[in-house]
Design a protein around this ligand. Sequence first.
Ligand code: FAD
Length: 428
Amino acid sequence: MEHIVIIGNGIAGITAARHIRKASDCRITVISGESDYFFSRTALMYVYMGHMKWDHLKPYEDWFWEKNRIELINAWVDHIDFKNKELGFSSRETLRYDKLILATGSLPNRFGWPGEDLDGVQGMVTKQDLEKLEERTSGIHHAVVIGGGLIGVELAEMLHTRKIPVTLLVRENGFWSSVLPPQDAKMISEHILAHGIDLRHETELEEVLGDEQGRVRAIRTTSGEEIPCEFVGLCAGVRPNIKFLESLDIETHKGILVNEFLETSVPDVYAIGDCAQQKKAIGLRKPVEAVWYTGRIMGETVAQTVTGTRTSYQPGNWFNSAKFFDIEYQTYGWVFNKPGLNEQHFHWQHESGEKAITIAFDTETGKFKGINTFGIRMRQKVFDRWLNEEKTITHVLSNLKAANFDPEFYERHEAEIFKYFTKNLQNT
Ligand SMILES: Cc1cc2nc3c(=O)[nH]c(=O)nc-3n(C[C@H](O)[C@H](O)[C@H](O)COP(=O)(O)OP(=O)(O)OC[C@H]3O[C@@H](n4cnc5c(N)ncnc54)[C@H](O)[C@@H]3O)c2cc1C
C-alpha cells in the first residue's frame, strides 16, 4: 500500500491528510514535533487571555484520527534521504515514504540582536512559546514587544489583558505601515495608544540587556534609550521553517520552491503552507504567504495531486482578516500601502475612530481593485464576485449595503459614505 507521509500537523498538513483520506485508501502518516494533535494556531492568544482552554483549540476530537486511519507521530524529523525515500528522526529512528508532503510552517524572524537568546526573550508562534510565555510573564512589571505586525499587536493585547504594561516598538511611522495605507495605519496606531499601550513609532531594537542570571532586565533602542523590562516578545515577522533542509538536495530560497502543482525539485516531494514558496508568483500575490486559508487551499490542492488528479494551486482573490484590539480588519483584493500607477485610494473614517473604509480603484477605468474595512464586517462572497466581474468603484459604492453584515450601520452611514466618495471622485 502506498505510504504518504506529511511533516507538519498544521492547517496545511492536516487538510492534506483529510483530503487524501477522502480520495484514497493509502497509508497516511502525519508527523509533528510540536503537538500530538492539530490545533488552531490563530486562536493561541485566547488561551493566554483565559477565553479558551487548550483543548478548545483542537477542531477534531482525539478519536477522529484513528477512525480515519491517519497515523500521528509526535517527533522531530532532522534528516531526509530523498534518494532512498526515508526520514530520520532526532531519536535516530527512521520511516520510509512513497510520497512526502512538507508542511513545516514558519519560525519567528531573528536578526542576530545582541541578547536575543537571554531568558525571557521569545517569539509567539508555537504551543511551546505559549507555555513559556505563561511561565515568564507571571508577576512581571513590564514587557516590550518588538514588531508592528499582526502577531506583535496580538501579543501586546495578550499581555495587556493580564494588566502587564507593554511597550510596543515599531520601526515604521505607523502601525503595520508596510501593508496598510497611511490613514489606516494611523487609525490603528491611535487605537492601540488609546488602549494604554506605549506604542513607539520609528523605534528600533539595538540590544537586549541581561542580568547576572542571564535573564532579560531591559532593552536598548537604536537611539540609546534603555527600557527596563522582564520580558521581550520578538514579533518582527516570520520566515519559512526550512532550516533542517538546508544541507539537502532540494531547491529552496526563502521557502521550499514549488511549481504551480506544489511539486518541489525532488520527485514525489511536495511543499504546502507557510514553508512553501511559489517559483513563479501568482498574479500580485507574494511567493510566500503565511496565512491560514492559503495553507488550507494548498492542503486541498496537493491532496488531489498526490492521489492522482494533478491539480494546480488556485488561491483566487486575495483576502485576509485580523483584529487589532477592538477593531476588526478585513481586506479583499489589493489595497497596497501606496497607490500604484493609475490608482487612487479613497478613505472614509467614522468620527468614532473605530470604523473606516479604504478603497483602491483605477483612475482611468474606474475599476475596483480592493477594499480595506475596519470595524465593518463585509461578506467575502460579494467582494469575490465583484472582483471577478471587474466591477467599477461606482458599482461597489452603490451596492456596498449588499456586502455588509450590519444593515443597521448602513442605514445610518451609507448616504454619508457615498456622498463623501462621490464628492472626492468628482474632484479627480
Ligand atoms: C499568533 C499567530 C496568530 C495568527 N493569526 C492569523 C490570523 O488571524 N489569520 C491568518 O490567516 N493567519 C494567522 N496566522 C498565521 C497562520 O497561523 C499560519 O499561516 C498557519 O498556521 C500555517 O499553517 P501551516 O500548516 O503551514 O504550518 P504550521 O501551523 O506552522 O504547522 C507546521 C508544523 O510542522 C511542525 N514541524 C516543522 N518542522 C518539523 C520537523 N522537522 N519535524 C517535525 N515537525 C515539524 C511544526 O512544529 C508545526 O507543528 C497566525 C500565526 C500566529 C503565530
